[in-house]
Design a protein around this ligand. Structure first.
Ligand code: PMP
Length: 291
């Protein structure tokens, strides 16, 4: 991935993709003092860019550092980079991390670096294939208690258990893994939030120890706009037995139907299909919709 062409925005400058390098003694690498975002551009516009930028800044604040650029500067950098990369539909990855000035757990005065990369990450457009649903394993690791980890931050360190869980699931032939939380309640997948449907009512876990995704909030709004009742509540894994439909949602995943989680089976149906379609319509720039 470090050999692509194009440019990366790196501490205020556009540098050639292959030159966007950091030192091996970077604090963010050794101690996970790093936060990031994942965004998608559709039709040349980054969906909910400001919300992502604000979350990046807030994630840094939770880790005890100040991202050294304002929201306007970061938004402008993302938009300008998208234009320079020449993509209309692409994935946007801003990241902020403590630099390499001092080594050790404490690195109060290390520079906070910021980079933004944009690449093409196609979404799964074939609606028929998508509607078959993906298979999820049950993860061994659980989302930590918010008193144990900075759950509200999109911090790189929190992804350690996600990568382990996803790799373990993939090794068994699954697409992803569903993680429970420290209490044993249903939490989320390794990079996306989870929803269930039963008798026309939508259920999703309360995001009190995992990311309250921007896609999650969008989907809840779209579902309510459609007249669906959405219950945000604690969900125990045994309840999955009774749910009819299940889907994941996230910036990269968009709305992805699920057919299987461990021993539980779901049949992607009309509710899921409607939300897949509503989400894809919602992310398109509004000026296009008005044309
Ligand atoms: N949970 C995790 C662990 C994620 O990585 C993501 C993707 N950022 C989400 C949920 C969904 O968040 P969003 O909808 O803001 O992309």
């Amino acid at each position: 991935f470090d050999q692509l062409d194009g440019e990366i925005w790196f501490n205020g400058e556009f540098v050639p993709w292959k030159d966007a390098k950091i030192h091996v003694l970077t604090h963010g690498l050794h101690y996970a003092s790093s936060v990031f975002e994942g965004e998608r551009a559709y039709g040349g516009e980054i969906f909910k860019l400001r919300e992502h930028t604000e979350r990046l800044i807030e994630s840094g604040r939770i880790l005890g550092f100040k991202v050294p650029y304002g929201a306007d500067e970061i938004d402008d950098a993302c938009n300008e980079l998208l234009r320079r990369q020449g993509f209309t539909d692409a994935y946007v990855r801003p990241i902020a991390w403590r630099g390499s000035e001092m080594m050790g757990v404490s690195a109060q005065h290390n520079r906070i670096n910021v980079a933004i990369a944009i690449w093409q990450w196609p979404s799964y457009f074939d609606p028929e294939q998508r509607m078959k649903g993906i298979r999820l394993d049950l993860a061994e690791y659980r989302r930590p208690d918010p008193r144990t980890a900075p759950s509200k931050s999109k911090a790189s360190g929190l992804y350690m258990i996600c990568t382990i869980s996803k790799h373990a699931a993939e090794a068994k032939g699954y697409a992803d893994a569903l993680m429970l939380d420290w209490r044993g309640q249903v939490a989320e997948a390794t990079g996306a939030n989870v929803f269930f449907v039963k008798d026309g009512v939508i259920h999703t876990p309360t995001p009190d120890c995992f990311l309250d995704g921007i896609t999650r909030r969008t989907v809840i709004e779209l579902a309510r706009r459609r007249g669906f009742e959405v219950k945000v509540r604690a969900i125990m894994p045994e309840e999955m037995e009774g749910f009819e439909e299940c889907f994941l949602c996230g910036t990269a995943a968009e709305v992805t139907p699920v057919s299987e989680i461990g021993p539980y089976r779901f049949t992607p149906g009309e509710t899921t299909r409607r939300l897949v379609e509503d989400y894809m319509a919602e992310v398109q720039p509004k000026r296009m919709a008005a044309e």
